[in-house]
Design a protein around this ligand. Structure first.
Ligand code: GDP
Ligand code: IMO
Ligand code: MG
Length: 447
């Protein structure tokens, strides 16, 4: 196998999530032995189409869909144990058994019912402009507890011999008081019900819990290759995204060192996914949003409804300013440009080439969400393509206007488009350049 394959690779989103990470991770799997989730939790929804079947994974690393592959949930992931058990059981019903090939870090934190309750109550209490539009999966409150430390519950607590019952009763009592004071309701939170969930989690998940950090270093030592599966997207990154309308973790390759315990020197290919247009679920600034028939058309053609919450996704043109920003921060080596097929039939396709803030041209997104709301996109309209792209299998067979569109994006973002998507199936993928060592689309057609 080529040198690139022996080292690690990371797939991550360059925008606000749902860029097709699941599809790309699945395609890369055959070149890797282990797939690792390092950030986020059940806010993620990664879809993989295999023939007529479709899988949506929230917590399980996408690699578990491939027989013989090991999936690792790293220390940086926040895990809702009941959701994870449902996912494991859901796959088992469809003939996919993860026993012996799923590992959960003993350092990972548990998302418990009070995290989800707090997420819902705080969103309900927020006024329109301050509501984040979270997935209500308890992500923010769980990461907050992790940082605060005193109220956290980790998998090591679940499998170790510390007295978790007393600790949880104290946490729940304090949380009830806090929720009542802030939101006027404690949602009938019951410590015994939380302990019941914890007992189920211990019974069903203890066998998977281990020191995944040592495991991954053993994998590296034995010369095997690791694929890191980012969740969410870099414009949702807690440090670099459109704060405060972000998620609570580090969503790019910079998150994998902390969230998996593997140094960045182990990762040579950084594959950033984006669509040929932009989508966003939830609130927050969206410079290129199309609030007209063109946005509706993209939504319907691309089936842009959330994998996790079913919410309609907001749609707009490709934003090269935002993508250049996240490409720089991440050091992306390859862009995977998905959903080229979805834009078929537009006479003209828009690309945002610059931002204007209060009349001034700016070249990067400002830190302030209020300023970003005021930014006007400078849109370049390029000729579209009428052809149905779904049967195309090589970059050179794309219509000239689609090839020009891809080239324009490469020059604006300043990174190569090595992968393009022309449909949801494994085979509907065009690949070029060195990454061909890692993705064999023809071989995948037979899988
Ligand atoms: P993720 O969260 O980044 O893994 O993305 P999601 O799974 O939430 O959303 C991507 C959606 O687009 C899924 O339904 C995929 O099956 C689908 N998809 C991925 N690539 C393409 C593509 O190139 N064309 C089309 N039409 N659909 C795609
Ligand atoms: P994948 O991995 C799209 C968004 C939510 C909300 C904000 C904060 O499928 O690409 P949170 O529940 O994390 O506190 O919500 O982040 N969000 C996502 N949007 N895809 C995702 O994941 C997302 N994960 C979080 O909609 O705006
Ligand atoms: Mg998704």
């Amino acid at each position: 196998m080529a040198e690139t394959a022996r080292r690690g690779a990371c797939v991550f989103g360059l925008t606000w999530g749902d860029e097709g990470k699941g599809k790309i991770v699945d395609l890369l799997c055959p070149a890797f032995d282990v797939v690792v989730r390092f950030n986020g939790g059940a806010n993620a929804g990664h879809t993989v189409r295999v023939g007529s079947e479709s899988f949506a994974l929230h917590l399980l690393p996408t690699g578990v869909l491939r027989p013989g592959h090991t999936g690792v949930i790293g220390p940086g992931v926040v895990v809702d144990p009941i959701q994870l058990i449902e996912e494991i059981d859901g796959l088992a019903k469809r003939g996919i058994d993860v026993s012996g090939r799923l590992l959960i870090s003993d350092r990972a934190h548990l998302v418990l019912p009070y995290h989800k309750l707090e997420d819902q109550l705080s969103e309900q209490a927020a006024s329109g402009s301050t509501r984040i539009g979270t997935t209500a999966r308890g992500i923010g409150p769980c990461y907050a507890d992790k940082m605060k430390r005193s109220n956290a519950v980790r998998f090591i607590d679940l499998v170790g011999d510390s007295d978790l019952a007393d600790h949880v009763r104290q946490i729940v009592a304090a949380r009830k008081g806090m929720l009542t004071a802030l939101y006027g309701s404690d949602g009938d939170l019951d410590a015994e019900a939380v302990l019941q969930d914890i007992a189920v989690a211990k019974d069903r998940l203890a066998a998977y819990v281990c020191d995944t950090t040592s495991y991954l270093h053993g994998v590296i030592h034995s010369g095997k290759a690791i694929l890191f599966e980012g969740a969410n997207g870099m414009l949702l990154d807690v440090d670099h995204g459109t704060y405060p309308f972000v998620t609570s973790s580090s969503t790019g390759p910079h998150g994998l060192a902390a969230g998996a315990g593997v140094p960045l020197t182990q990762v040579t290919r950084l594959i950033g996914t984006t669509k040929a247009y932009t989508t966003r679920v939830g609130s927050g600034p969206f410079v290129t949003e199309l609030k007209d028939a063109r946005g509706d058309r993209i939504r319907e053609a691309g089936h842009e409804y959330g994998t996790t919450t079913g919410r309609p996704r907001r749609c707009g043109w490709f934003d090269s300013v935002a993508c250049r920003y996240t490409a720089r921060i991440s050091g992306v080596t390859d862009i995977a440009l998905m959903h080229l097929d979805t834009l078929s039939g537009f006479d003209e396709v828009g690309i945002c080439v610059a931002y204007r803030l209060d009349g001034e041209r700016i070249s990067a997104p400002p830190a302030s969400a209020a300023q970003l709301e005021r930014v006007e996109p400078v849109i370049e309209l390029v000729p579209g393509w009428q052809e149905d792209l779904r049967a195309i299998r090589r970059f050179e067979d794309l219509p000239a206007t689609a090839r020009d569109f891809v080239q324009r994006i490469e020059s604006l973002v300043r990174a190569p488009v090595s992968i393009a998507g022309v449909g949801p199936d494994r085979a509907q993928t065009l690949v070029r350049g060195p990454i061909q060592d890692l993705i064999n689309v023809t071989e995948n057609q037979a899988v």
